[in-house]
Design a binder for this molecule. Structure first.
Ligand SMILES: *[C@@H]1O[C@H](CO)[C@@H](O)[C@H](O)[C@H]1NC(C)=O
Length: 366
């Protein structure tokens, strides 16, 4: 009798340990989207613990979460594909995004029935495609009542995810959201209590602080520090912690892209130099890969400013602010030293031969 009892105890302890080891102790993560120019099969998933697949959409008629019905393969195959190289990689289906219609999210979140449609369909979709979690990217709630409704949605989502896990015996889906870099946006406060209680973590979008379509002088769009004010990643992190979301629920966002500005005077090419708008077409956004190509083709002068933690480069009247290897290493070290859960980057296809992804992983260490 003693032996089976002992072995039972042993196996119980073992399974307890396995149970705890499924808790996330670090998040080294990146977003991917299907038409980014990189196939999911080409992602070096060994560099990450978690991968976000973006974006599923909200059907405004049914309030259900859907992916493009004409081509759902990038979503339905994502987990299987990235786990070929890294079987322990976790995947999350990200819903919404910067181009989604915010009014649809506000409407869905405003009624119990439509919240339930959203929640139930999201869980069903995540399970049928084999995702380990769900990520909400609603940019952004626009009134105090929308913030309140976001809180209701998160609490009901968490309850539904817990119930589903109990019913099926599967580990619960992870539940995350991508939020503004600070806990208050345009004077509106995020619903701190539901966020802290119901989400596994939040992704802080600590980038896009400035862009050349409106700012009149050159800026880093993703500085870690802002000696002159509150426009920085470190400000956002501190503010979320002060507001009541613990560091272990915070994941610091970094851009694998920069913005190209047109200098008014090629000889005035530092930070805060006058500009006339974006260089090139559109918003001036450039991937890190394109920036590296620009630097080598134009023999651009590259600068790393350790005071704000940002790289920039210029050639002629083109000025580009971006996160290079030094910025990424410093931000990741900051996140670790602050006791944050980890980091994420937008987006994996913008990297240059895994340079930034590798740098981030190395900077965090084991
Ligand atoms: C770095 O940025 C800070 C803040 O904008 C500025 O005061 C400083 O002069 C910059 N340093 C260099 C070397 O450009």
């Amino acid at each position: 009798m003693a032996f089976p009892l002992l072995s039972l105890l042993f196996f119980s302890l073992l399974s307890l340990q396995f149970h705890f080891s499924t808790a996330q102790n670090v998040v080294k993560s990146v977003y991917w989207f299907p038409d980014s120019g990189l196939e999911a099969s080409a992602i070096d998933s060994t560099l990450f613990t978690h991968l976000f697949c973006a974006f599923a959409d909200l059907n405004s008629n049914t309030n259900q979460v859907v992916v493009s019905s004409s081509n759902n393969a990038p979503f339905s195959q994502f987990t299987k594909t990235v786990q070929l190289k890294n079987p322990s990689a976790k995947t999350l289906l990200s819903i919404g995004g910067g181009n989604a219609i915010k009014a649809d999210y506000a409407s869905m979140a405003s009624r119990p029935g439509s919240r339930k449609s959203f929640i139930d369909s999201s869980i069903k979709l995540a399970r049928s495609y084999g995702f380990h979690g769900l990520d909400l990217d609603w940019e952004y709630p626009q009134s105090a009542s929308e913030m309140t409704n976001l809180g209701l949605l998160l609490n009901e989502w968490r309850a539904a995810v817990a119930t589903e896990a109990q019913t099926t015996g599967k580990p619960p889906l992870l539940l995350t959201a991508a939020f503004y870099y600070a806990p208050s946006i345009n004077g509106l406060n995020y619903p701190i209590q539901p966020i802290a209680k119901s989400l596994d973590w939040i992704n802080l979008m600590a980038y896009d602080f400035y862009d050349p379509t409106w700012a009149k002088v050159t800026h880093s769009h993703a500085a870690l520090y802002d000696p002159a004010g509150q426009v920085s990643g470190s400000y956002g992190v501190e503010a979320w912690i002060t507001a009541g979301v613990g560091p272990k629920k915070l994941v610091l966002g970094m851009p694998f892209y920069g913005y190209a500005w047109r200098l008014v005077d090629a000889n005035n090419h530092g930070l805060l130099a006058p500009v006339s708008g974006p260089a090139g077409s559109g918003s001036g956004a450039m991937t890190y890969g394109q920036i590296r190509a620009f630097i080598s083709q134009n023999r651009a002068t590259e600068v790393y400013n350790a005071t704000i933690v940002s790289n920039y480069c210029s050639a002629g009247t083109t000025w580009i602010g971006f996160d290079g290897t030094q910025s990424v290493a410093t931000k990741v070290s900051y996140a670790k030293q602050k006791g944050l859960l980890g980091y994420f980057a937008w987006h994996v296809a913008a990297d240059n031969n895994w340079e930034l992804s590798n740098q981030a992983k190395q900077a965090w260490g084991a």
